[in-house]
Design a protein around this ligand. Sequence first.
Ligand SMILES: [Zn+2]
Length: 343
Amino acid sequence: MLPAGNWHEPDAADIAVAGDTIAGIAAAFAPIADTAIEELDGRGHLILPGFVNAHYHSHDVLAKGTLEEVPLESWRLYALPPQYPPRSVEEVRARTLLGALECLRSGMTTIQDMLTLYPFEDRHLDAVMQAYEQIGIRVVFSLQYADRKGLETIPYWKDIFPKDLHPLLSTAAEPERQLDLLGHFETTCLRAAPRPRVHWALGPSAPERCSPALMARTMELARRYDVPVYSHIYESRGMALQARLTLPEHGGSLIKRLAAEGMLDPLLNLAHSVWLARDEELERDVALKFLPDLMLADPAIKARLANLGSTVLPGSPADYGMLLANETEKWAKVVKFSGAKPD
Ligand SMILES: [Zn+2]
């Protein structure tokens, strides 16, 4: 299946492989006399480029299924590394391997791991990198970091919770107590000898968790070493509210803050971007991921979905829940009244 081809009816083709490289693709290759060629019959199968998992945290792998659905801010208080005791090297190794294995079995050959190791220990990072090397997946690897405490970044937490609980309120990444994590990462990773199949990246956890100075340092390193930057933005309404409340000088907008700081760079990737305001225009080169509302506002995408028989109703998960509840109630009455039974 080729990017320029017909995805619905892919062409049948011969693929020549030399060593670990695709040497050519053609309708049919003629056999070469006296040359030992191993032939694999791929008829009836699709051959696809490896998928890329563009946003992933391997620290979550073993926590899958352990929590009911809760709002993001509450979930962080149970699920993320600053909230639980340091893990063993064996556990870090196991979760890295299991997560990578699951990706490989689903067709992903590259992952962007934005990993929180808290408190940071070199032996944990070594275990992760050895695991990736052993399993053979490609990884764009960043440590997740912040220099502002979670408590400072969630609306109303400081006012609502009694002071003695404040040390327990954390988020995806917390400031390291002893270590300049970014400086350490530069020395031990960015400046070190390249590792096979590893591409380094930088992971400021979210703009509100990083001071302007830390973001500026991040972009300076990114440009100097030509590595991408991964961050989270507007994943929950709480994150959007925080921006509206604390950034009056930027019109309540994290995007405008990033623009003013010169951060909207092609190297920057912003995960989630769910609660962008309509006036938060973005430079086209910044990669946004998971954009349901904005994507659905695109007339071309709307038309394509309509062709597939879908009705496009942009809205929040809560709107969707309400729609489901209303529809269920309506159709339950109809079913009851008609006496219809499932076949
Ligand atoms: Zn994330």
